[in-house]
Design a protein around this ligand. Structure first.
Ligand code: LLP
Length: 439
């Protein structure tokens, strides 16, 4: 099966899908649909591929991709650090038991409360994104009588050719200090005048779902050149360099991402050669993948509820989830591979359009999906590579309770996230009147 499917995904004798030795038909019966199914072996393997593929580099898991207590415990066990980008992600990491010094705190608009909490618990590095934040953090650290360990987020002027919504390295970005406008230099000078922040290094993340090693090589070169120039001009030797995440993954059989070890090789070699050329001491290096860690480990299981063939037009297949559990097709025109998984079928495929159950035409799961011609109501279908930016971007549109997530491994199933109930949906609502008074 693999391609974009989890490493342990295979078909049993009846053609039904199993993951981690567990049949998806059993999972649907016991846990319902929609359901996120995480292949633990796949997830741990991907962590290890980064750890070994980037020798001598600290791997930071970007928890925005999927932030649940269990998942963070798992990546923590595998030796990854964790990037959090909000007070909520920070809280989740702390509840998971990740040591605060192993956390990196991102965000272009961290609130006073968020920054103060980061100082209070002793987050390892705070990535400063703006002048406002620099001053805010300095004041907060002063009030606590401490010095905040920071990296400056640099916008390096590298245009990674990816979807507009996930480009971040170009000059006119909302993130970071734009290098070409002199803002990175100004940020360093400002920070050095402040007594309660200490600049330890720089961070540059150029975008997401990037294929090819060139943008990463360019990022390493630009940032190292900057560090060397700062040594000349400011007499400061920064010792840490975080090159961000963004490594592309396979969503369909047509995607051909670069092997992790090739990314690692390209980045580490570039850094080492450049350091020799510049006579600069090799900094502590970090990379920050999110999607590439959790994305491919997970599938979403849906049940088909209606099949509507329009003669000469589209055959619409509706499933029991949709844009509330995966906004990516609607937001980025993302294509995830899809398959009939509850059984096998010898019937030749026909192109159908799979949609969700939301009251919106943009509620797309997959356009022109080649699914067997005998696809019928009650069939289970699965969408591949949904571990990253689906659950984490989920909503309750149309008051659909959020699905459950389970972890499977060698025939065992563990719940990662429980399914929301209808009561959960109204738990925080405050009625204006008692129900009897309404009648
Ligand atoms: N570091 C920083 C500072 C980031 O902003 C991001 C992602 C990452 C690391 C991890 O990038 P990754 O390795 O996951 O590509 N919702 C979009 C992706 C948004 C990415 C946001 N930042 C999607 O579904 O494609």
């Amino acid at each position: 099966m693999p391609g974009p499917w989890p490493l342990t995904a295979e078909r049993d004798a009846r053609g039904a899908l199993t993951i981690g030795g567990v049949a998806v038909t059993d999972l649907a019966r016991e846990h319902g649909t929609p359901l996120w199914i995480v292949d633990e072996h796949d997830l741990r393997q991907r962590c290890q591929r980064y750890v070994t593929g980037f020798p001598g580099v600290d791997v930071v898991y970007a928890s925005k991709a999927w932030c649940t207590v269990g998942l963070l415990q798992l990546v923590d066990q595998e030796g990854l650090l964790v990037d959090v980008a909000s007070g909520g992600e920070l809280h989740t990491a702390l509840v998971a038991g990740v040591a605060p010094e192993r956390l990196v705190f991102h965000g272009n608009n961290k609130s006073i409360e968020e920054l103060d909490r980061a100082l209070e618990v002793g987050v390892g590095r705070i990535v400063v994104d703006s002048f406002d934040e620099l001053h805010r953090l300095d004041r907060l650290a002063a009030a606590r009588g401490t010095v905040a360990p920071i990296w400056l987020r640099i916008t390096p002027g590298i245009d990674a050719h990816t979807h507009d919504y996930v480009r971040t390295g170009h000059d006119d970005a909302k993130f970071g200090f734009t290098l070409s406008l002199g803002l990175a230099d100004e940020a360093l000078s400002t920070a050095r005048e402040l007594a309660h922040v200490e600049v330890l290094g720089i961070h540059a993340h150029i975008g997401s779902q990037i294929f090819g090693t060139d943008p990463f090589i360019a990022n390493a070169e630009v940032t190292l050149d900057l560090m060397a120039r700062w040594r000349e001009e400011h007499g400061i030797v920064l010792t840490e360099l975080n090159l961000g995440g963004g490594m592309g993954i396979r969503y369909t059989h047509e995607d051909h991402p670069v092997e992790v070890a090739r990314y690692g090789d390209a980045v580490v070699r570039t850094v080492e050669e450049r350091c020799v050329a510049l006579g600069y001491p090799r900094p502590r290096l970090l990379v920050e993948p999110g999607r590439a860690i959790v994305g491919p480990s997970t599938i979403t299981l849906y049940e088909v509820g209606t099949v509507k063939p329009l003669p000469g037009l589209t055959t619409w297949v509706s499933v029991d989830g949709g844009m509330s559990d995966n906004i990516r097709p609607a937001l980025y025109d993302a294509e995830h591979e899809i398959a009939l998984v509850g059984r096998g079928s010898e019937v030749p495929p026909r192109a159908v359009t799979v949609v969700g159950k939301h009251c919106e035409s943009g509620d797309l799961v997959r356009d022109h999906a080649p699914l067997p011609g005998d696809l019928a109501v009650g069939d289970l279908i699965a969408v591949a590579a949904t571990g990253a930016y689906t659950a984490s971007m989920s909503s309750r549109y149309n008051q659909l309770p959020r699905p459950a997530a389970v972890l499977v491994r060698e025939g065992e199933v563990r719940e990662l996230v429980r399914r929301e109930s209808f009561d959960d949906l109204v738990r925080l609502d405050v009625p204006l009147f008692a129900r009897e008074a309404q009648a």
